[in-house]
Write a protein that binds this ligand. Structure first.
Ligand SMILES: Nc1nc2c(c(=O)[nH]1)N[C@H]1C(S)=C(S)[C@@H](COP(=O)(O)O)O[C@H]1N2
Ligand SMILES: [Mo]
Length: 347
């Protein structure tokens, strides 16, 4: 006999975004408590096949990874809600999952916007380690579970503004970077913190290219007070699932008041330093990209204005050009850190 599932949804339509929207609706109807109790059990694909519950079903090709660690998937799905108001949320329209995961900058996988989604298909995040070093009492090599386990994941809906003058609104899953950094007990000489992306030319096709201009690893850094600002986020997922490879799996930075290049992906090293560390885009072209890279509509890039941006997805007929906001709209939270700095000089 044919066992009818509750609702037939073609798997092509089951995207993390549709799951996310369904779950939103579900939670709004007051069923959150029920989900909380049954949730963890229902999240494995075996369980969802058993119950035929499309609400929790996931298409296998959703996320471009060789494998998805169950514990991480469950942690992402159990994230707490973004607060209704304040800087961790916005009522702006979310950028669709499709655009967030196919229009990417991740030069390790190619320079085209659609290269990462294509070339990161079987990216492996298991095993994954992060090496912590420099000016801190607790240093060493940590597994991904060591790094993430003590933290509760939250939803954080932020604007992401690329220096190329496009932007998105993304529902991340993650937690404050400062809560992670504190665990390593940085010492009095830790004025900055630097991050490295994975170097693995077997997996990252553009690292094999003889024409690559970047001196791998991709690196980024923050001043310690910036790193400890609650808005500086370690993202481990988006749209309630873990991060797709092209968005920086398994963990990346999201620094919403700075240009996107500061939000370094697929982190394998964290280094506390006394002096200002290297960052890749400044290293490539220091006259165009600085260390601070705060979103600033008043300071043009040498080759284009930063006064406005294209809010994706755009089309020829609907360019969706909007004004860029100082510090990407997060001035109340971050402007005081730069009160006595000339932001034209420290771009
Ligand atoms: N390792 C690494 N991290 C990176 C990049 C990169 O090329 N390599 N690109 C940066 C840039 S320029 C932007 S705009 C954001 C884009 O993030 P997204 O693809 O998730 O939207 O990632 C940033 N992090
Ligand atoms: Mo960017």
């Amino acid at each position: 006999m044919i066992i009818k599932t509750r609702k037939e949804i073609p798997s092509s339509e089951i995207t993390p975004e549709s799951v996310y929207r369904e779950r939103r609706k579900f939670m709004k109807t007051g069923a959150k408590a029920a989900f909380g109790v049954a949730g963890a059990g229902l999240l494995s694909s075996a369980a969802s096949a058993q119950t035929g519950d499309a609400l929790f079903a996931r298409a296998p090709a959703d996320i471009n990874l060789a494998s998805k660690p169950d514990w991480l998937v469950e942690k992402a799905a159990m994230r707490t809600d973004a607060p209704a108001s304040g800087p961790f949320n916005t009522d702006e329209e979310l950028t669709p999952f499709e655009d967030v995961t196919t229009y990417n900058n991740f030069y390790e996988f190619g320079t085209g916007k659609d290269d990462p989604a294509r070339n990161a298909r079987d990216f492996s995040i298991d095993p994954w380690t992060v090496e912590v070093s420099g000016e801190a009492n607790k240093t060493g090599t940590y597994t991904l579970e060591d790094i993430l386990n003590p933290h509760t994941f939250e939803e954080r809906v932020f604007r992401l503004r690329c220096v190329e003058a496009w932007s998105m609104v993304i529902p991340w899953v993650g937690f404050s970077l400062g809560d992670l950094l504190k665990r390593f007990e940085p010492n009095g000489d830790a004025n900055y913190v630097q991050f490295d992306t994975l170097v693995d030319s077997d997996q990252m096709s553009a690292q094999r290219s003889r024409f690559a201009t970047i001196d791998w690893p991709y690196q980024e850094g923050l001043r310690m007070d910036e790193a400890m600002n609650p808005l500086a986020t370690i993202a481990t997922g988006l749209y309630d699932d873990i991060l797709p490879a092209q968005n920086g799996a398994p963990l990346r930075l999201v620094v919403p008041w700075k240009y996107g290049f500061k939000s370094i992906k697929s982190i394998v090293a964290i280094r506390f330093t006394k002096n200002m560390p290297n960052n890749t885009w400044r290293d490539l072209q220091a006259s165009e990209y600085g260390f601070y890279a705060n979103v600033n509509p008043q300071v043009s890039h040498p080759r284009w204005s930063q006064a406005s941006e294209r809010r994706l997805p755009t089309s020829l007929f609907n360019p969706r050009r909007i004004d860029t906001m100082m510090f990407n709209g997060y001035a109340d939270e971050v402007a005081s850190m730069y009160a006595d700095m000339d932001l034209r000089r420290f771009y």
